[in-house]
Design a protein around this ligand. Structure first.
Ligand code: F3S
Ligand code: ZN
Length: 149
């Protein structure tokens, strides 16, 4: 178990509908990033030490909530995720170890699950169920289509 100095809070499931609180702040590896640089609050109402925001257009991981458990990667039948810092690697124990007090620690605290293959998502929600931090939310398939009225 990693040493943490914050209390991870589950992702706000309604963040898609709340662009004021979770504005689109950029893109990363083909997916949206929301609320990067924005101060948010942990389970105890204390400011998260990181301001990493939420990665993923439809398969969204709250990077301020992710504690590098790795269950999401092991549960995904489509290899939807990889470690953000240990690029190309997936699964428990394969995240980049981060030493306390380093530059990486100040910015990230732990490695983060990055939904690099969200285009392959089959909406099974296995990752949502598997994550012990509740850090993942998957948009419903219907929200993907801009053609439908
Ligand atoms: Fe992070 Fe949860 Fe996956 S803590 S690594 S999103 S299982
Ligand atoms: Zn990303």
């Amino acid at each position: 178990m990693k040493k943490l100095d914050f209390a991870s809070k589950p992702i706000d499931e309604n963040f898609f509908e709340n662009p004021q609180e979770y504005p689109l702040t950029g893109y990363h590896k083909g997916h949206a990033v929301r609320a990067e640089g924005k101060q948010r609050y942990d389970e105890h109402g204390k400011p998260y030490p990181t301001k990493l925001g939420i990665h993923g257009t439809n398969v969204a991981v709250d990077w301020d909530s992710c504690i590098a458990d790795g269950s999401c990667m092991e549960s995904c039948p489509m290899n939807g995720f990889e470690w953000a810092l240990a690029e190309g690697k997936t699964g428990k124990g394969n995240d980049l170890p981060i030493e306390e007090g380093t530059e990486l620690w100040v910015k990230y605290r732990t490695d983060k699950a990055d939904p690099v293959n969200e285009a392959e998502c089959i909406y099974c929600n296995a990752c949502v169920v598997a994550c012990p931090a509740g850090a993942i939310s998957v948009a419903k398939r219907v929200e993907l289509s801009s053609q439908k009225v």
